[in-house]
Write a protein that binds this ligand. Sequence first.
Ligand code: COA
Length: 548
Amino acid sequence: MIFLRAEFFVMTVMIPAASCFFKKGHEPVVLFNRDSMINICVNPICQNGIIMMNKYEILDKDRVLSLIKNGDTVAFSGFSPAGGAKVVPRMLAEHASAVHRQGKPFRIRVLTGASAGDYIDNDLAKTNAIQWRAPYQGGRELRDQINRQEVQYVDMHLSHLAQTVSAGFFGKIDVGVVEATEITPDGRVYLTTSIGASPTWLACADKVIIEINHHHSHRLRELADIFIIPPPPRRSPINVHTPLTRIGWPYAQVDPKKVVGIVENDEPDQVAAFSSEDAMSRKIADHVIRFLLEEKQAGRIPEQFFPFQAGVGNTANAVLAALGNHPEIPPFYMYSEVFQDAMVDLMSDGKLLGASATSLTVVPEKLARITDNMDFFGSRIVLRPQEISNHPGIIRRLGVIAMNTALEMDIYGNVNSSHVFGTHVVNGVGGSGEFTRNSHLSIFMTPSVAKGGKISAVVPMTPHVDNNEHSVQIVVTEQGLADLRGLGPIERAEKIISTCAHPAYRPFLTDYINNSPGGHIPHDLNRCYELHRNLMETGAMLPDLPGV
Ligand code: COA
């Protein structure tokens, strides 16, 4: 029996020696193309019972390590733990330990789409193998090294990454390591659970290693919509007019001559489950929902709603779930960055009509639900490169409602989501900047206090600003919601203090305003960091305050 599929000749053949590759219930099938028919010294790769006769060399550890040198810039696939390279980072971590034991240096410059799984931000970091990192990180170990100035960290807007790299601002990419379900001999790369910046790595890296992941379903490609934006100045508008518009291809492209070979893995993404919804996030969600319904009532949100974006973290996930479960919120779309756990159930229940994202950051059981029901999910989820999922022009065009999380906010609406005391990074700015600045409505959420009340999330001045008063419109804590639109600075301060600050901190904040010298935005530069200084010196922002 002979099938013809595009460039492939597909034949069903019986190869006794290869029968160990066959999975139960699958016909033994061999795929090969003209090149591999000539180049008979090829490696069969088994994918869902299909044996791919491919021309790429399978690399052993020594060969991989010979390709990556001390000081190289290595760009790994992955956006959050989703779709991250796994085998090569592990090899590099072991190599770094061995080399360091010999007293020799081995540290690389690391790029990923956003944060990475434990393989990079913890394991590779633990072996002191990272000297420079961009554009975002999420590991405790790496965070500590960054805060000790042992690793240089470029914390940047995620939609800028592809252009920054393509333009050469970060120098050359020595090696790209990209996880895929398949690479064809003509260089089509079918990515796994994230797109992120992988298409850019494939285009820009000098050498490419593909990690073929056998764990993932080949049907993941049905979600991918990959389009590379050409360099300026002759760019056309990006024709995404709805969250589900598709403009690209299900694969990324690489020049096969750059592909030095493949390594194989069979591992799921290490995605941790969110903690279950708590009373705090439920209260925040209630305020957000009431506000949105009032906006709809006032005619400022259409009946069918605008698409939502939800940031990372437990609060954002819980608010999303609450939105979906509320009877008065109509079924909605999302134009967001990360497709996260809560969205699977919402989509199954018909509450989430469709979603655009750059990664499927869901726990393995939820991922299995998506891939086992691809006929349902395939037309409802689009995974795009991060420069399109987070593109300012599209966010503005679609009228996205952005919901992100703050560590702290100041009384005028400036938000700090990344640096405690303005000095110590937690994760980074991530995509919050591009969504907040360009959304139809920008919302920031946070509990009003942290660490049992020792820290107030409302302060006179944030020592670091990720999103400023010019872009932030709505701030919410479990205490209440402050709509800052159209308010001058003093009005904003009064509103935030009276509705969002914890009652225990309101007298201090009111006193601060009342006793600050004048100006358009009143501040007392001798006192504006008093709460932060108290916290550093005594462990509490207001040391005499009983627990709240
Ligand atoms: N000062 C110091 N520490 C604070 C604090 C403050 N004002 N507010 C919170 N914290 C601490 C918490 O106590 C907690 O500490 P722990 O890990 O020791 O328990 C930690 O900071 C994280 O707080 P938590 O409430 O668990 O946060 P979260 O899971 O809701 O995440 C952010 C909140 C801000 C860290 C997270 O949303 C983030 O990194 N945002 C930036 C990137 C972003 O917005 N991406 C999405 C764009 S699409």
